[in-house]
Design a protein around this ligand. Structure first.
Ligand code: ADP
Ligand code: MG
Length: 698
């Protein structure tokens, strides 16, 4: 077990602020511990002789060998108490006391003191502002919630204490058992990553659940969870899904990437199953806990009712699962086993007069078919069918097979005994068959997480120093918004760009254009103009003879748009054949929790209208970059729709990887857009550039 093992398996727990007075936190924690804790509970309160029959100590320093101190004292003295815990050499402290960073600047200052003490003494501090911790392994309920959890194998962390009490209440009559529960509180020291790591190492934890409002350190979370999720499934409800995006962003990427995109990408890269509702959180937990993982994504539905069978089929269509197509042999055997009028194709309809024997035979045949990875047993009450017998048969069949089963018994109290039988072997039952299907889909998703190899990002050979000099030079000139005048940066990181350079006179424009030859592209270059074509600042297909006039026109347009705009000059660029390629965008924004977030999508001037994008937290591995290409809706365009040659995948994947490396190397790049990256059969060319520089981070 990990570093936090004594937090969840203590022998002696001290309640600092233990109280005799009902309704207080100090009273609730003490009596909860006295009710079930297998170890020793110690009361600390200088103002009392005794609490709930325990002799009271003046200070934790007066007690030997305390494994966990639970602090329920007024905020004003919490820091002093923590200092005493440190002096007493206590490793684990749960600060229930509120009135810290959640309540203004004075509280934040107090919290900083807690952190400092905890870090100096290496204390595992939970909270502050926590409901407490609970572990059924030792019967420890060190919370001020109203009830103990039923023992089981789910470990659960929550950023909301109230949510824990609600869940415990709700779980009590649902056979959901818990191993450890922690109320994270303000996460001043220990956060979700610490607990994921701990439970990943705990052999008694089969499923990790989380209710999170934010993630303290996105990078660490992704790395920790990615390792743990290969052994132990992690399911998270992340609240705040609909939070509005960052609207004031200077780049396209910033405008599209709300913080939820970072979570979505981060949780996925971490191998975490994200759910929308509490119901799904526990539906997924139950099935992950109770059922084996599927070997294929084919679902067989066995039912005695046509209508619900269709509903279930629709539900399969809403997931990534598919209806299994039975082999000829299976169909023959089904035809033999079932009466006329039954449907032997998926969904198998054993029809309304089926008895348990017929129903079970169909399930058995479905389980034996190699295309079937999962089975939904879907039953409606009839006079000929006994739910209890069907449950017993299903249990028998499941024991004989390694195929996951979910059941939908569509009835009320009549189904309870059967549901209980099924649950005993971990087969979940639902009234709504769609829930059974979604749970199976989660099981399959987790099977993929387990078997997908973790791919490390590639280290490209780049000219780091040259890039640093370019950025420093721009920052020294006071620039924070860089554009195509900084295309050399891309060159330093090995990202191909069309020939071109920025000039500041019509004469130089002609000279450069003639070096490039043929028709050229001309673009106004100004830190005050972010989307050049919006103001007529891009001319494509300019013949050599028109270069001089076009130069003047572009400058006039920029002045008309904003007389004060500072104009660096005009870029003369080689023409890129857009007909042979697709305009894509590679961009970066920064998320306060997850750090650099790389975006890939359909590019051009309508990116924000289309919003056809995929996100990953950097560093982006080759595999992840490949997934990004496949994830966007326009993926068929890249694969060569309408007789065009397919875009060069490898070139795009490499561009994404190199940009990822650039922004990891330079935290000073706070936002970046390369729009477009023209992706053609021969390669990917970065045609435009825009980035925001934070000089303090250089
Ligand atoms: P902005 O995004 O600031 O308007 P861009 O440099 O991206 O400026 O140019 C706008 C559009 O002009 C591009 O999306 C592309 O369609 C076209 N374009 C830009 N540069 C070239 C080029 N070198 N060859 C062909 N088309 C180009
Ligand atoms: Mg552009």
């Amino acid at each position: 077990m990990g570093e936090l093992s004594t937090l969840f398996a203590p022998q002696r727990v001290a309640v600092v602020g233990a109280s005799e007075e009902a309704g207080t936190v100090g009273h609730a924690v003490t009596s909860n511990l006295l009710a079930d804790f297998g170890g020793e509970t110690v009361a600390v309160n200088p103002n009392r002789e005794q609490v709930l029959g325990l002799d009271c100590h003046d200070s934790v320093t007066a007690v030997e060998d305390v494994d966990v101190a639970v602090v329920a004292v007024p905020a004003a003295i919490a820091v002093t108490v923590l200092q005493e815990c440190a002096s007493a050499g206590i490793d684990n402290v749960v600060v229930i006391t509120a009135g810290f960073s959640e309540s203004g600047s004075e509280g934040s200052a107090r919290e900083a003191e807690l952190v400092e003490i905890a870090e100096t003494h290496g204390i595992n501090l939970v909270g502050p502002n926590s409901l407490g911790v609970l572990s059924t392994g030792v019967g420890m309920n060190a919370t001020f919630g109203p009830r103990m959890a039923t023992p089981g194998t789910i470990s659960f962390m929550s950023q909301s204490g109230a949510f824990i009490t609600a869940v415990l209440d709700w779980a009590a009559d649902r056979d959901l058992g818990f191993r450890d529960i922690v109320s994270l509180g303000n996460k001043a020291v220990l956060d979700e990553s610490n607990f994921i790591k701990e439970w990943g190492e705990d052999p008694e934890t089969d499923v990790i659940l989380g209710y999170l409002e934010d993630v303290a350190d996105g990078r660490e979370f992704v790395e920790t969870a990615r390792d743990v999720s290969r052994e132990t499934p992690i399911v998270v409800v992340k609240s705040g899904r609909t939070e509005a995006g960052a609207s004031a962003a200077a780049s396209h990427t910033g405008a599209i990437a709300g913080s939820d995109k970072a979570y979505e990408a981060g949780l996925e890269q971490a191998g975490v199953l994200r759910v929308d509702s509490v119901q799904e959180l526990f539906d997924f937990a139950s099935i992950l806990d109770g059922q084996p993982l599927p070997e294929t994504d084919g679902v067989a539905i066995v039912t005695n009712a046509g209508g619900p069978g269709v509903m279930t089929t629709d539900a399969v269509g809403d997931t990534h699962l598919e209806l299994a197509e039975f082999e000829a042999d299976t169909l023959d055997q089904l035809a033999e086993a079932l009466p006329d009028g039954a449907n032997i194709y998926n969904p198998i309809d054993v029809i309304g007069d089926a008895d348990t024997e017929r129903f079970a035979e169909a399930i058995e045949l479905a389980l034996a078919d190699p295309s079937v990875g999962m089975v939904v047993v879907l039953a409606c009450p009839t006079a000929t069918l006994s739910f209890e017998d069907l449950a017993a048969e299903t249990v028998r069949l499941q024991r004989a097979n390694e195929t996951p089963i979910a059941a939908s018994l569509m009835g009320g109290s009549d189904t309870e005994a059967a549901a209980g039988t099924l649950r005993e072997v971990g087969i979940p039952t639902y009234f709504d068959p769609a829930r059974a299907v979604r749970s199976l889909a989660a099981l399959s998703e987790y099977a993929t997480i387990r078997t997908t190899e973790v791919s490390e990002p590639e280290e490209f050979d780049v000219e780091y120093e040259r890039a640093r000099e370019l950025l420093t030079a721009a920052a020294d000139r006071g620039r924070t918004q860089l554009g195509v005048e900084s295309m050399e940066l891309l060159d330093a990181y090995g990202i191909p760009t069309p020939a071109g350079s920025v000039v500041d006179s019509p004469g130089d424009a002609e000279r450069v254009a003639s070096e490039i030859g043929g028709e050229v592209v001309m673009k106004i270059v100004s830190p005050d103009i972010s989307h050049k074509s919006d103001i007529g600042g891009v001319e494509v297909g300019v013949p050599q003879t028109a270069v001089r006039d076009t130069y003047e026109d572009l400058v006039v347009r920029a002045r008309n748009y904003n007389p004060d705009s500072s104009i660096i000059g005009v870029q003369i660029q080689e023409m890129v054949d857009l007909d042979a390629g697709t305009e894509t965008i590679v961009g970066v924004s920064r998320d306060p929790q997850f750090g650099p977030l790389v975006m890939f999508g359909l590019g051009g001037i309508f990116v924000e209208v289309m919003e056809d994008t995929a996100f990953r937290v950097a560093p982006v591995s080759e595999r992840a970059a490949g997934e990004m290409l496949d994830e966007i809706k326009s993926a068929p365009l890249l694969a060569g729709a309408r007789g065009r040659e397919p875009a060069n995948r490898q070139a795009l994947v490499e561009t994404i990887g190199r940009i990822s490396q650039l922004v990891v190397d330079f935290p000073a790049i706070t936002e970046l857009d390369i729009n477009p990256v023209v992706a053609g059969p021969d390669g990917a060319l970065a045609v435009d550039l825009r980035l925001t520089l934070d000089r303090d981070k250089l």
